[in-house]
Design a protein around this ligand. Sequence first.
Ligand code: KG4
Ligand code: ZN
Length: 350
Amino acid sequence: MEENSKKNPIILGIESSCDETAAAIVCGRKILSDEIASSADIQALYGGVVPEIASRAHTDAIAAVVERAVKNAGITYQDIDAVAVTYGAGLLGALLVGVSFAKAFAYALHKPLIAVNHIRGHLAAAYLDEPTLHPPFITLLASGGHTAILHTKTETEFELLGGTLDDAVGEAFDKVARVLGLPYPGGPHIERAAKEGKNVIPMPKMLKGNGGYNFSYSGLKTAVINYCHTCTQRGEEYSKADVAASFQSAAIDVLVEKTVFAAKGRGVYAVTAGGGVAANGYLREQLARACEKNGLRLVLPEKRYCTDNAAMIAAEGVTQYKQGNFADLRLTAKASLSLSMTLKTEQNGK
Ligand code: KG4
Ligand code: ZN
């Protein structure tokens, strides 16, 4: 690999791993444009993401979304230095739409192609519009599929300190939402319900003081389900808002505590977070409070850059561009990529 010296490359990012068709233009760390078309409203009717509906929606939307991203950035196609696309993990048919489009685009315009791992995109979101953020720092990854605490050593080197032993935190939010009769995706609905409730229902301890940097969410999820079912069987009404508030504190407090503990343990100056659950207002407040108390700088991506978007894919594209880490036209989509593979540097779709 040959390192690329251009300091602020202009990268087109394309993301289509789930139900958002997104394209963005990033110059270095500056976001020039950011476009999203979502099929979430249609998917919500089915209580989850239907892969075939997602693929068709991406196919319909992608050309217009990319065109809008380029136009709104005030650049021409020729100004783009490389095309970065999510190649995994995600829904295979959905990913293939983005990957095929990016390959055709790169080939037609003679631009380099960069394969981006979706989770690496979530981690790179912290750099967006933050020119002074430099590793080493601690990153909390909290998405629908992953929950982990990482020691980010450089822009391409990560040490996994700990993670979930079973469900991801986002998955727990979605399952608890379903039990409470709230729509998919559950996270934002739980957050809204929790604002009206109180943290008064006892919840399991969540490997709080022990378990190192690991967490477990399946016990918490089962505890919520049992509480709701027991109340229903007894003919007693329960407060959905109190269940939401109690679950949210139990699910988030442990993440905040262990993230700050990791930052102190590694002696780093800053903490970042990424993934859909990092958009949660309670998590953001608690993390801010804990970081302030411990003299740590906290860098949180704006909420819209925590959930799926293409600016984060372009941000990781910038890192890979500087490394000279390009993919070729044999690139194909990968439905699953393990976290350990995700954290390895030389990924690029191979
Ligand atoms: O990172 P993401 O957009 O997709 C991947 O998994 O890669 O994360 C989606 C997850 C879902 O489980 C969703 O319920 C959760 O993030 N989420 C939230 C919030 N917004 C999205 N969880 C809690 N509070 C939120 N405000
Ligand atoms: Zn995601």
